[in-house]
Design a protein around this ligand. Structure first.
Ligand code: 0RQ
Length: 491
């Protein structure tokens, strides 16, 4: 029981002034604030129509549910946004430069909030399963950046969501490194706990508690397609070869996998491969395929910052909490994605990209270098620091009109110094130890779609010599053709 002011979502949203900087809970739709941002968006739409737009500055853990990014963007209430998004209406406004978007490594965000890099955090709006009189906040299906938002915000609104299980606290491990310099974070195996099961807030800052009863509404995954299955087969074969060569220990190493259908298929493929021993994950998102793998004893344990599960899978987890709570640890995103821990544990990372180039650089975020898709998310936290970093993509997009392999990426999120292995449905290019000329050949031969290979070989042959062969007058010819003709298709 607590003595905080109980309010409706409308009453709580009315406390937030135009221009405020707000940290909302949520890492994907999991654990995202729901009722208050929706009420805020309704208020903002009214104000906009009266000629007084709210122009909020919005921080979250990562992407959110529709109640935050979709609703607030549609009300034209977002002026500035960080660190990640995946919302269509928000993306459109970002690409029209109506919203300033700061695309960030997710592990960096909490520390930057703690150290005041973004100025004053006026409000935190955080979903929880309970809040205690002494300021302990038991978070729901994600941890994300909520502990830092609670610690730093001037005023706090808590949504207590009855639809979430109270037993989620058994998974939470909240430990936030203080401002640097700080001591080592001593996690030595993926599911080791080092903190407490709650976030903390000064109870005097809590200005409203809003009761809700609303599921996360995470979309399910589409059925695995053949291309994703082929990517998964290449990944599994490569990792088994690495183990046979003694470069992955017999007991395996912790895996990280990005979000999306391809990542889901890769995890399902690894789980189905009899020769892969039961493994653990040190990742950021715990998604649908992992529930099945855990039930079947293929996945022994997982560290993440969110439980991003479709309603059916989440219900299965809630029904078997004795089983799952012992095997899943939910951490703040600066710990789940922490570069030092990723390096120490020897994580094998697998993330999806839009395009890759002949030098081994990859673009996760910007179509033709200008149009934001989602953001770099956690992919850089893991790719840069992994023991083995794999980047995957279908060899073509949009029915073959776009090649994932291009001479030079139109935007670089992961450079060739971080990227070790590139994979498409066509095959796998192991770039370790290869100098630029050999890299380029391996990428064309193994990753490019056959319909683009001749063009890419010809491009390489006519490049002037240099440590890296590039022709600055032609390296974006494929992108330019796409912009002019709607296809990169070989001329
Ligand atoms: O669009 O559905 O309209 O055809 O991009 O592509 O193949 O369905 O793959 O859902 O995994 O998304 C990189 C965007 C891939 C994602 C990206 C088009 C393609 C399709 C989606 P349509 P797929 P996915 C940790 C990891 C960065 C963040 C990250 C992403 C749509 O994985 O955002 O890794 N990654 N986080 O047609 C134009 C190209 C294209 C292209 C694909 N070259 N040009 N469009 N598409 N390649 C998670 C977190 O941090 C939370």
């Amino acid at each position: 029981m607590h003595t905080f002011p109980q309010m409706t979502a409308d009453e709580a949203a009315a406390l937030i002034p135009p221009g405020a900087t707000i940290g909302f809970s949520g890492f994907t739709p999991a654990g995202a604030a729901k009722a208050v941002p929706r009420a805020l968006a309704a208020r903002a739409a009214g104000l906009r129509d009266a000629g007084q737009p709210m122009r909020l500055r919005v921080l979250t853990g990562a992407s959110t549910g529709a109640a935050i990014d979709d609703a607030l963007a549609e009300a034209d209430a977002i002026a500035w946004r960080a660190p990640y998004q995946s919302s269509k209406p928000l993306r459109q406004r970002i690409n029209r430069q109506e919203v300033d978007f700061v695309d960030m490594h997710l592990s960096h965000l909490p520390q930057m909030v703690d150290c005041g890099f973004f100025g004053t955090l006026d409000f935190a709006v955080v979903e929880a399963v309970d809040v205690m009189r002494d300021g302990r906040v038991f978070l729901s299906t994600s941890v994300g950046a909520s502990p830092s938002f609670l610690r730093n915000a001037e005023r706090v609104i808590v949504e207590v969501n009855r639809a979430q299980s109270h037993r989620l606290a058994e998974m939470h491990d909240i430990a936030i490194p203080p401002r640097p310099p700080h001591r080592a974070i001593t996690i030595e195996h993926a599911t080791e706990k080092i903190g407490v099961p709650y976030a903390s807030v000064d109870p005097k800052k809590i200005v409203a508690v809003v009761e809700t009863d609303e599921p996360d509404n995470v979309a399910g995954f589409s059925a695995t397609d053949q291309r994703s299955e082929r990517i998964a087969q290449h990944v599994v074969r490569f990792l088994l070869e690495e183990r046979a060569a003694g470069r992955i220990p017999p007991e395996w190493l912790p895996l990280q996998s990005g979000v999306g259908n391809i990542a889901n298929a890769v995890m399902a493929g690894l789980g189905a491969a009899d020769d892969v021993p039961p493994f653990v994950m040190y990742s950021e998102v715990f998604q649908d395929a992992l529930v099945d793998l855990m039930e079947r004893g293929r996945l022994l344990g997982a560290s993440a910052t969110s439980l991003t599960l479709s309603p059916e899978r989440l219900a299965r987890v809630y029904d078997q909490m004795d089983f799952f709570a012992q095997r899943i640890v939910l951490r703040p995103q600066e710990v789940s994605n922490n570069p030092g821990i990723v390096r120490r544990l020897g994580v094998i990372s697998i993330n999806t990209v839009l395009e890759m180039d002949l030098t081994g650089c990859a673009n996760s975020t910007h179509v033709v270098g200008t149009q934001l898709m989602n953001g770099v998310g956690g992919s850089g936290d893991f790719t840069r620091n992994a023991y083995l970093s794999l980047l995957v993509a279908p060899s073509t997009a949009k029915g073959g009109a776009i090649s994932a392999v291009v001479p030079m990426v139109s935007h670089c999120d992961h450079n060739e110094h971080s990227v070790q292995v590139l994979v498409t449905d066509e095959g796998l290019a192991d770039l370790r130890g290869l100098a630029p000329a050999a890299r380029a050949k391996a990428i064309i031969e193994n990753c490019a779609h056959p319909s683009y290979r001749d063009y890419l070989y010809r491009y390489l042959e006519q490049c002037p010599p240099g440590h890296i062969r590039q022709d600055l007058s032609k390296c974006f010819e494929m992108h330019q053709r796409f912009l002019a003709e709607g296809t990169m298709g070989p001329a």
